[in-house]
Design a protein around this ligand. Structure first.
Ligand code: ADP
Length: 452
C-alpha cells in the first residue's frame, strides 16, 4: 500500500498539470477539452512509466535471475526487492537441499555394500557404483529399466516376486566371479531398497578355515593312530625287551610329532592375536645367531658344515623369541632338507637402502619353481613324507612369514632343484642399527637412537 499513495498522487499531479497545460494551450479550442486531454495525457504518461518499470521487472523474472533485480523506487522497487528476497531464500534452501542430497549420495557411494533403489514397478531409480559392479549394471543407462530385465538370476527374480524379504538370499554374481548376499526392504509407496554384499572373500576364508581344521585333525589323527596301534601291540603281544625299547622309541617320536604340531599351532595363534612388535626393543643379531647355531648343530649332529657369519655388532628391533623362532625354523629346514655332507651358511648383511637381512643358504635338494609361491601356506609340503620323517609340521614357513611381516619385513626365497635354496629375512631400515655407533653417545647423538 505504501507504494500506491505516492503513485496515485503522482498520477493526480500529472493529470492536474496536464489539465492546466491543456486549459492554457486549449483556450481557443475549449478549455474543457484541453483540460481533459491534458489530464489524460498526464495519466497516460504515468501508465507508460509504470508499464516500463513493470516490464523491466518481468524481464528480470523471466531470465535466470542473475544479478540484482531492477532497483526502482516506490511500488515497483519494493515489489522487485521482495520478489528477489523470496527467490534468493528459495535458492538458498534448494542449495542446502542439494548439498544434503549430494552428501547422502556420496555416503551411499562410499558404502561397502551395493545399494539399489527400485520404484513401485520394480524399475531402477538409482544404484551406487558397488551395486552396479555386483549386478553388472550401468548406473546412468539402466535407470528406469525394469530390474528383472537386467538381473536375470532366477534366485533374485523369485525373491523379488515372492515378496517375502525376511531373510537375505545368496545370488551368484552375473559374471560368475563369486557370490552375493542380497537383502531387500520395502520403503515409501511400494518402493524397494536392495542391499548386496560380496561374499566371495568370506566364503574363501570360510573354506580356508574348514581346510585348516581338516588338516589339523588329519595331522593329529595320524600319530594318534600310530600310538594307539603300538599300545594295542604292547597290550596283546608278549614283546622282548629289545622290541619294547624299539616300540617305545617309535611312540616317543609320534608323541614328539604331536607336541611339535600343537606347539606350532599355539605359536601361530599367538602371532595372530598379539599386537605388532614395538620398534624400540633392540636385540643383538649375534645373540640370535648364537642360540640358533647351538640348535642347528645339535640337529645336524655333525652331518653338515654349518657357518654363521657377519652378525658383528648389528642389532634388530623386535621380539627376541619371535625372531629366534623365525631364524631357527629356516636353519632347521636347511639342516633337514640338506643331505649329509652338505653346507649351510647363515649370514647377516646390511643393504644399501639401510635395511638388513638374515640370509640362510643351503646346498640341499632345492625346491622346484612351481612350489615357491605356496611354501608359506599352512601344511603345504613339497615332499610330505620327507617333511614328516624329519619331524616337520608343515607350519614352519607359515610362522616365519607371519613373524617377519609383523616386524615390517618380508621373506624372500630363491631356489634351484639340486643346487640348494636361499631364504632371506629382510628387515626394514627402521628396525636395524649398529651397536658400535650407539655405545659411545655424544651430545648430538643420544644412545637410544640407531645409526644406520
Ligand atoms: P615343514 O615342517 O614341512 O618343513 P615348512 O613350512 O617349514 O614345513 O616348509 C614347507 C615345505 O617347504 C617343506 O615341507 C619342504 O618341502 C620345503 N622346504 C622348506 N625349506 C626347505 C629347504 N631349505 N630346502 C628344500 N625344501 C625346503
Amino acid at each position: 500500500m505504501s507504494g500506491l499513495l505516492p503513485r496515485l498522487l503522482a498520477g493526480l499531479l500529472a493529470m492536474g498539470l496536464g489539465a492546466l497545460a491543456g486549459f492554457i494551450v486549449g483556450a481557443e479550442l475549449g478549455a474543457l477539452i484541453g483540460a481533459l486531454s491534458g489530464g489524460l495525457l498526464g495519466f497516460a504518461g504515468i501508465v507508460v512509466f509504470d508499464a516500463l518499470r513493470g516490464w523491466r521487472l518481468m524481464r528480470w523474472l523471466r531470465g535466470a535471475h542473475e544479478g540484482v533485480a531492477p532497483r526502482d523506487s516506490g511500488f515497483w522497487g519494493e515489489l522487485a526487492y521482495r520478489i528477489e528476497r523470496s527467490l534468493r531464500a528459495l535458492e538458498r534452501e534448494a542449495e542446502v537441499e542439494r548439498t544434503h542430497l549430494a552428501q547422502f549420495v556420496s555416503a551411499m557411494q562410499a558404502s561397502p555394500n551395493g545399494v539399489l533403489l527400485l520404484d513401485a514397478n520394480d524399475q531402477i531409480e538409482w544404484c551406487n557404483a558397488r551395486a552396479a559392479d555386483h549386478f553388472g549394471l550401468d548406473p546412468e543407462r539402466d535407470r528406469r529399466q525394469r530390474v528383472t530385465n537386467l538381473i536375470r538370476s532366477p534366485a533374485f527374480v523369485e525373491y523379488l516376486q515372492a515378496g517375502n524379504f525376511d531373510e537375505p538370499i545368496a545370488v551368484r554374481e552375473p559374471r560368475g566371479h563369486g557370490s552375493l548376499q542380497v537383502l531387500m526392504r520395502r520403503y515409501g509407496a511400494g518402493a524397494k531398497l536392495v542391499i548386496s554384499q560380496d561374499m566371495t572373500e568370506r566364503e574363501r576364508s570360510e573354506a580356508m578355515r574348514r581346510d585348516f581344521v581338516a588338516n589339523v585333525s588329519h595331522e593329529i589323527r595320524t600319530p594318534l593312530t600310530v600310538l594307539s596301534g603300538f599300545l594295542e601291540t604292547m597290550r596283546n603281544l608278549p614283546l622282548t625287551e629289545v622290541e619294547q625299547k624299539r616300540v617305545i622309541t617309535l611312540m616317543t617320536q609320534q608323541a614328539e610329532r604331536m607336541a611339535n604340531l600343537v606347539g606350532d599351532l599355539l605359536t601361530l595363534a599367538q602371532l595372530e592375536g598379539s599386537p605388532r612388535p614395538a620398534a624400540d626393543k633392540w636385540v643383538r643379531v649375534a645373540a640370535l645367531f648364537g642360540q640358533v647355531e647351538a640348535e642347528a648343530r645339535a640337529l645336524s649332529a655333525g652331518r653338515h658344515t654349518i657357518a654363521f657369519a657377519g652378525a658383528g655388532d648389528a642389532q634388530v628391533a623386535g621380539i627376541e623369541s619371535e625372531l629366534q623362532s623365525a631364524i631357527g625354523n629356516l636353519v632347521s629346514n636347511a639342516v633337514r632338507y640338506t643331505p649329509d655332507g652338505g653346507r649351510i651358511d647363515v649370514a647377516w648383511r646390511r643393504v644399501d637402502n639401510g635395511s638388513g637381512e638374515i640370509v640362510v643358504t643351503d646346498s640341499g635338494r632345492g625346491i622346484a619353481r612351481e612350489h615357491l609361491s605356496r611354501l608359506t601356506e599352512r601344511f603345504y609340503r613339497v615332499d610330505g613324507s620327507r617333511s614328516r620323517e624329519s619331524g616337520g609340521t608343515g607350519l614352519g614357513l607359515a610362522i616365519v612369514k607371519h613373524v617377519i611381516q609383523r616386524h615390517g619385513g618380508e621373506l624372500d626365497v630363491a631356489s634351484e632343484v639340486g643346487k640348494g635354496s636361499t631364504f632371506r629375512l629382510v628387515l626394514p631400515a627402521a628396525r636395524v642399527r649398529s651397536a658400535a655407533k650407539t655405545a659411545a653417545p655424544t651430545l648430538d647423538e643420544p644412545a637410544d637412537v640407531g645409526v644406520r
